[in-house]
Design a protein around this ligand. Sequence first.
Ligand SMILES: CCCCC/C=C\C/C=C\C/C=C\C/C=C\C/C=C\CCCCC(=O)SCCNC(=O)CCNC(=O)[C@H](O)C(C)(C)COP(=O)(O)OP(=O)(O)OC[C@H]1O[C@@H](n2cnc3c(N)ncnc32)[C@H](O)[C@@H]1OP(=O)(O)O
Ligand SMILES: Cc1cc2nc3c(=O)[nH]c(=O)nc-3n(C[C@H](O)[C@H](O)[C@H](O)COP(=O)(O)OP(=O)(O)OC[C@H]3O[C@@H](n4cnc5c(N)ncnc54)[C@H](O)[C@@H]3O)c2cc1C
Length: 664
Amino acid sequence: MDGIDHLADERNKAQFDVDAMKIVWAGSRHAFEVSDRISKLVAADPGFRKDNRPMLGRNELFKNTLRKAAYAWKRIIELHLSEEEAAKLRFYVDEPAYTDLHWGMFVPAIKGQGTEEQQQKWLPLAYKMQIIGCYGQTELGHGSNVQGLETTATFDPQTDEFVIHSPTLTSSKWWPGGLGKVSTHGVIYARLITDGRDHGVHGFIVQLRSLEDHSPLPGITVGDIGMKFGNGAYNTMDNGVLRFDHVRIPRDQMLMRVSQVTREGKYMQSDVPRQLVYGTMVYVRQTIVADASCALSRAVCIATRYSAVRRQFGSQDGGPESQVIDYKTQQNRLFPLLASAYAFRFVGEWLKWLYTDVTQRLQTNDFSTLPEAHACTAGLKSVTTTATADGIEECRKLCGGHGYLCTSGLPELFAVYVPACTYEGDNIVLLLQVARFLMKTVSQLGSGKKPVGTTSYMGQIEHLMQCRSNVQRAEDWLKPSAILEAFESRAARMSVACAQNLTKFTNPEEGFAELSADLVEAAVAHCQLIIVSKFIEKLLQDIPGKGVREQLEALCNIYALFLLHKHQGDFLSTGCITAKQASLANDQLRSLYSQVRPNAIALVDAFNYTDHFLGSILGCYDGNVYPKLYEAAWKDPLNDSVVPEGYHEYIRPLLKQNLRTARL
Ligand SMILES: CCCCC/C=C\C/C=C\C/C=C\C/C=C\C/C=C\CCCCC(=O)SCCNC(=O)CCNC(=O)[C@H](O)C(C)(C)COP(=O)(O)OP(=O)(O)OC[C@H]1O[C@@H](n2cnc3c(N)ncnc32)[C@H](O)[C@@H]1OP(=O)(O)O
Ligand SMILES: Cc1cc2nc3c(=O)[nH]c(=O)nc-3n(C[C@H](O)[C@H](O)[C@H](O)COP(=O)(O)OP(=O)(O)OC[C@H]3O[C@@H](n4cnc5c(N)ncnc54)[C@H](O)[C@@H]3O)c2cc1C
């Protein structure tokens, strides 16, 4: 606006190489270059404007999303973008759309659960967007309990078809994104019935709409489920309702990698575990962990820049007031979120590696790491999305009153993000899965079966059950070994305590239900240990760039010590640390905040977000917040006229009536 960088002084304070940190954040130089190029391309294109979203009515909003998705596809083709570049372009367009489900779930479901033949038939159509697909699992009556789904797929040997049917109101498909108004096809989950026998839930490719005029095919009732939380936000998505009235599909449209139905109607299972039917969810949970760091870093970038711009109190001798970022309370709320954004980035990278490793093993029929992959994706999805949703809301509060304006970008970001705590598995339901995995691991200790992967720390259970932290000075908390021992012993002791309590119940399932609140806490402790240990492992790698490692070490310590402070009840009650050591951790945390303070702006610049992507006046790169806020207010449609519409109908008569009353 005035061409001045109002945050220049802050940027000059940085003690590390920001460009090198950008590469660490992106994951590699290549990833940085792609991301940088595509984000600028999107930002410069008026076709991807998004600042008017909160003002639009649903129909207008939705049509605008359809236009953008079509335009994005046109640009992808025109520019010959690779798969990686196209995914980045959709990410930077930053508008939830049916394409998320098409590329994010429909295609992966066919890839993961379809046979070679099925993949060859359906994937080329999906890749060219000649068909558009959704993921139709959840029903009105059941979401978490997948085994409770009611839609049926009954094999008819006479015609070699499945008959898909919604027998009850609660069996109506409810929630699938892209289903409401767009998808031509869906991977639909239904109970497979052959010869009167129910074989449980399986996936089927079902055509829903005509490829000629988009009308629903015979027997199909489909529509949108209605407005969701927040203005704009996730209302760009057509989450749908769907009912089947004896819809027939050919037998070869059952996804048959895990199990098959023969021409004669015989049900056969491959040598692969039935849980592979849930494989798409494992894949998406892994991507959601990576996305948590994006959403949180975005909110943190806004709150950090604004905290450096905003001044309140503290003026001395007529000088400027204090920047709110210098208040210790502001730092204590903001810097752990900054550290969490980095921590989630690195654990997301690791989880991607783990997922790739499991997928490669599955190709060779090695299913040994599947339970670990399920527990890690479920647990980390839960812990990172909960922290991110809470963190975005905290960032809104960190921005004071202006954070509540849509132009801060934070209300919409929160409204879009918060369902991540529910979709792809309710966070509590997923933590209970982790708890089951932990209880199984504890029950096998001493059986000779060595715990592996993320539970390998349980291999030293005797030590972890009785060790005492040897921290004596605040600086001792900077040793990775001190942090790891505290987190490992806390997680181990919480799991063992649950396992011991479970033995008091004659019926294990009853015990599990009764102790579920404690089990969830044990699962959280285990997942936080994974995040801390993956951050520490990241620091063992070669990290080029002046001062970059030092900044990451400070952030890693802030992340760990803040968790230790927040959950000190766990650490103290299990006897892993003393009250004195907890207090020393807090002292160390304060000095880490002072270390990060001069680098805070540079640490959020390292995310390399364009102003377009941030979509926030408070977070704009140049920090010129006030003129921009002032100008934006006048652009609000309510200010199109000085005297509002409705004055003559509702304000004037009121004022006149009050005048008459006053005269009386
Ligand atoms: C301002 C604008 C901003 C714009 C954007 C800004 C920011 C956005 C940023 C990010 C966006 C975020 C992400 C984007 C990416 C994609 C998201 C897009 C859209 C959202 C899509 C959402 C789609 C859905 O929700 S699909 C539906 C998902 N449904 C669920 O998850 C259901 C959950 N339930 C279950 O998974 C299961 O029912 C269960 C709870 C696991 C229980 O299953 P059950 O069979 O009953 O099993 P049981 O407990 O008895 O266990 C048996 C046995 O199986 C093991 N098991 C279970 N599951 C699995 C598995 N998946 N894999 C492997 N093994 C599994 C279990 O451990 C047991 O093992 P064992 O017998 O004990 O050994
Ligand atoms: C924005 C959005 C997009 C979605 N997109 C899709 C999609 O594309 N495709 C699709 O198929 N689905 C989709 N879903 C559905 C989503 O996957 C489910 O809503 C989710 O899995 C949660 O299930 P539920 O709604 O049945 O919750 P419920 O299970 O009914 O949860 C209600 C409460 O009960 C608790 N609870 C449930 N079971 C237990 C238990 N065993 N122990 C303790 N507590 C329990 C939960 O913690 C929660 O507090 C979407 C949902 C949303 C919000």
